[in-house]
Design a protein around this ligand. Structure first.
Ligand SMILES: *Cc1c(COP(=O)(O)O)cnc(C)c1O
Length: 363
């Protein structure tokens, strides 16, 4: 008899899983401290939480017994007004992660590949492997800019897509319109993940009408503080959105998520003033980091800062911070061995990170 494991499709038997962020309680136990003393700046979460209107609307919400609308009508109408694009071009997902997954399932199969200007968001490579495709890394240059020529050379008949984040996670820089145009001219699907758009204000959304191979992703996880509700969206050519609507799980976005999205859009001034506070705090953290000898922060347009650390000391400093109850994002791959990514939190969290970092680096 064959073992049940042999029945699993081969490419999923030894998958490199995606390392998501651990809950506060787990981190507290690791550091041997109380959960309220944990400083968790490893997931680019919004330190101010959701809009109070979301909390209020969900407090009143009762219809958990109903299925959500498979056609996403209210969501797509509301987002159409917000984004000023035709509702037929919009698809909502259970986080933008689900849109990444659906795009890969639509465009990529075993034997196909996806080009990834790296370092970048880990979900692209992970989900490519889940569908049996090959993620092909095309290293960004010394300033983390996309190497357009290298991408062009890497395109083969097996290449189905290029995925990039702008601002890029973890480097924080924005891709120029010219770079994206250069990628679009290769003719493969180009997915521009604008998860941090609201922190920088630069978008290629208007290009979607001119380029049927361009998909723009957004999320309510970061600027609107709804990471736990799971709400992302994509804007794309109607030919892509129609197929995506036909193949998606019918009830992929929950009713509470819909309530959260509508209430967030009604409270944009509050949410955008928090975004401004985060941007200001990012710039304050940047100047404090610059004052620590041996620490080399990269200019960022998002709600995090990638920081170079003294050579050969990245892992040790990351672990030292964990022992003090400060959890940042460490990647540990060859290129980012001596880097750490710090999400922008509350001012007192910045101060604690700066003090601990100065202490550890100086030690
Ligand atoms: C955080 C992040 C996301 C996450 O999106 P969800 O909507 O929470 O799934 C997507 N893309 C990038 C680049 C991110 O950093």
């Amino acid at each position: 008899m064959t073992s049940v494991q042999d029945l699993i499709v081969p490419h999923l038997r030894a998958l490199n899983t995606y390392q998501g962020v651990d809950p506060m309680e787990v981190l507290a136990e690791q550091a041997g401290i109380a959960p309220e003393d944990v400083i968790r700046l490893n997931g680019n979460e919004n330190p101010y939480g959701p809009s109070p209107r979301v909390v209020e609307a969900l407090g009143k919400f009762q219809h958990y017994n109903h299925y959500p609308d498979p056609g996403q009508r209210r969501l797509r109408e509301a987002l159409s007004d917000y984004l000023e694009v035709d509702p037929g071009r919009i698809v909502c997902g259970n986080g933008s992660d689900e849109l990444i997954d659906m795009l890969l399932r639509m465009f990529v199969g075993p034997g196909d590949n996806v080009l990834l200007p790296t370092p970048t968001f880990g979900m692209y490579a992970f989900n490519t492997e889940v569908v049996g495709g090959d993620p092909v890394s095309v290293p960004r240059d010394d300033n983390f800019e996309i190497d357009l020529e290298a991408v062009r050379i890497a395109v083969t008949p097996k290449t189905k897509a290029v995925f990039l984040a702008s601002p890029n996670n973890p480097s924080g820089n924005v891709a120029t319109e010219a770079q994206i145009q250069g990628l679009l001219e290769t003719g493969v699907l180009v997915v521009v993940d604008e998860a941090y758009y609201e922190f920088c204000g630069e978008s290629v959304l208007p290009m979607v009408e001119d380029y049927p191979n361009l998909v723009v992703l957004r999320t309510f996880s970061k600027w609107a503080g709804l990471a736990g509700l799971r709400l992302g969206l994509g804007v794309m050519d109607p030919a892509i959105s129609q197929t995506m609507m036909s193949m998606k799980p019918p009830y992929n976005v929950t009713l509470p998520a819909e309530v959260g999205l509508l209430a967030s859009l009604e409270d944009r001034p509050t949410l955008m003033s928090r975004v401004q506070a985060i941007v200001q705090e990012r710039d304050r953290m940047m100047s404090l980091l610059q004052q620590i000898p041996g620490v080399d922060p990269w200019p960022s347009r998002a709600n995090f800062i990638l920081c170079g650390l003294p050579e050969g000391r990245g892992k040790e400093i990351f672990e030292g911070l964990c022992r003090r109850g400060i959890f940042l994002r460490y990647f540990g791959n060859a290129r980012l061995q001596d880097y750490i990514r710090i999400s922008v939190g509350l001012p007192e969290e910045t101060d604690a990170v700066i003090a601990a970092l100065a202490d550890l680096v100086g030690a």
